[in-house]
Ligand binder design. Structure first.
Ligand code: ZN
Length: 167
């Protein structure tokens, strides 16, 4: 397994729209393993392939405290959603920034698993928010895109300053 490099806002590649995967091949499974390892190492609870500059519709998530319940979603789709919720969200591509975003409270998700089989399930609470956040990444959308332009500009300046300091 290998650690992948996580892109940071305002990297323009975070705006790429990812393409569906034709088949869950050995190569895709290896990619999912590398993404999971990268996410645990960061550490984070979700990672979309877009964030590691791979324009494919792949997501890994683990919201368990023990970090032993990975969820692999290939070509995920939200087929039904209801209710409203919000929670303070963060993102490995926007380090140190937290903000609340309006999300659906409950979603029904259809995706391929790591075994290539179709899975359909209902998610709510933190898991539902996390899946919506990660699917947004596959569509080139960041959680800070829901904030006001003024606030986003402020975040951009802050992160650019941090990046200069760490070089
Ligand atoms: Zn994110």
């Amino acid at each position: 397994m290998a650690l992948l490099n996580i892109l940071h806002y305002p990297d323009p590649r975070l705006k790429n729209v990812a393409s569906p995967v034709d088949e869950v091949s050995e190569e895709i499974r290896k990619l999912l393993d590398d993404m999971l390892e990268t996410m645990y190492d960061a550490p984070g609870i979700g990672l979309a392939a877009t964030q590691v500059n791979i324009p494919k519709r792949l997501i890994v998530i683990d919201i368990s405290e023990q970090k032993n319940s990975p969820l692999y979603l290939v070509n995920p789709e939200i087929v039904r959603q209801e209710g409203d919720t919000e929670m303070e969200e963060g993102c490995l591509s926007v380090p140190g920034i937290f903000a609340s975003v309006d999300r659906a409270n409950q979603i029904e998700v259809k995706a391929l698993g790591k075994d290539g089989e179709i899975q359909e399930f209902t998610a709510d609470g933190l898991l539902a928010i996390c899946i919506q956040h990660e699917i947004d990444h596959l569509n080139g959308v960041l959680f800070i895109d829901y904030l006001s332009e003024i606030r986003r500009q402020r975040i951009k300046k802050k992160l650019q300053k941090q990046a200069r300091q760490t070089m």
